[in-house]
Design a protein around this ligand. Structure first.
Ligand code: GLN
Length: 279
């Protein structure tokens, strides 16, 4: 009679922080930030800070955590933005929740916040609109810096507004309210300042097939055949909702300054200024 050993069998292998980081770095090696991105993804899966990883390279990682990390590394290999994998992006030093329902806030958009703030006195109750707010980035940054002012943020997407509301709640920012609808449509009353980071990429632009843009909502990026649809709508409607002497500020593409100035002029705007960001 042939007998085989019976009874329980156990096999186990632990994986350390160091092993997982090496694996991530190897799998993301096409990417110049492979090491940093592996650290961000592992810290996220472990719910610790990146500096914790440096202090605990030998720590054993639970299988479920290692699997989540390796799954995220796989998604990153296929181009998914880091911000969507961690669900977080910092803007104006505010930690914001993000999801594929919203554009990922860009550091270069901070110049719009800075410019807006230079036109909002700290001691006056100004009314400010952030239209097409997405994650709420611009509106929340302004609301945070100008607690005496009241900010009204709009977005056509209910999913985006739910993220923006979540961010306001998490950050404890109360001088902002949210309105669902297209640009200025859901807002009433007069505004001292209207700001926006609208979509301004032309349909079919090859940049849309590159990097994070492939995963971001098209509605937040693309605006008609020439990229100016949203800017035209915003400019022609903002003029009726601004107080005398009020400002309209928006982000646009690097080669769109002259056309934007012409659109503003034809709608009666004066004192038009173009500011270059670092990008
Ligand atoms: N600045 C973004 C990009 O080209 C576009 C964002 C937008 O359309 N508002 O990456």
């Amino acid at each position: 009679m042939l007998a085989s050993p019976s009874g329980p069998c156990i096999i186990g292998q632990m994986t350390t922080v160091r092993d997982l980081l090496l694996e991530g770095k190897h799998r993301l090696s096409e990417n110049s930030a492979a090491r940093l991105e592996s650290e961000i993804l592992l810290a996220n899966a472990m719910e610790v800070s990146r500096s914790y990883l440096f202090a605990h390279p030998e720590q054993d990682i639970a299988e479920v955590t290692a699997n989540q990390y390796l799954q995220d590394v796989g998604k990153r290999e296929h181009g998914e933005p880091i911000a969507y994998l961690t669900g977080q992006r910092e803007f104006w030093s505010l930690p914001l929740t993000v999801s594929p329902a919203v554009l990922i806030p860009r550091p270069e958009t901070e110049i719009l916040v800075e410019t807006a703030l230079s036109r909002i006195p700290t001691d006056k109750r100004c009314r400010i609109a952030d239209i097409g707010t997405g994650s709420g980035a611009i509106g929340l940054a302004i609301a945070h810096e100008r607690p005496a002012s009241e900010i009204h943020a709009s977005d056509i997407s209910a999913d985006a507004l739910s993220i923006a509301r979540q961010n306001a709640g998490k950050l404890g920012i109360r001088n902002i309210s949210f309105h669902q609808g297209s640009w200025l449509e859901p807002l009433s009353g007069q505004f001292d300042l209207v700001v926006s980071n609208p979509p301004y990429v032309a349909m079919g632009d090859p940049h849309l097939d590159q990097g994070d843009l492939r995963f971001e909502p098209e509605i937040a990026l693309v605006s008609g055949g020439d990229g100016f649809d949203a800017i035209r709508t915003i400019t022609s409607t903002a003029k009726d909702l601004l107080v005398t002497g009020g400002w309209l500020g928006f982000e646009h593409g690097h080669d769109q300054a002259d056309d934007c100035a012409a659109i503003l002029r034809s709608n009666g705007f004066k004192n038009i200024e173009t500011l270059k960001d670092l990008e």
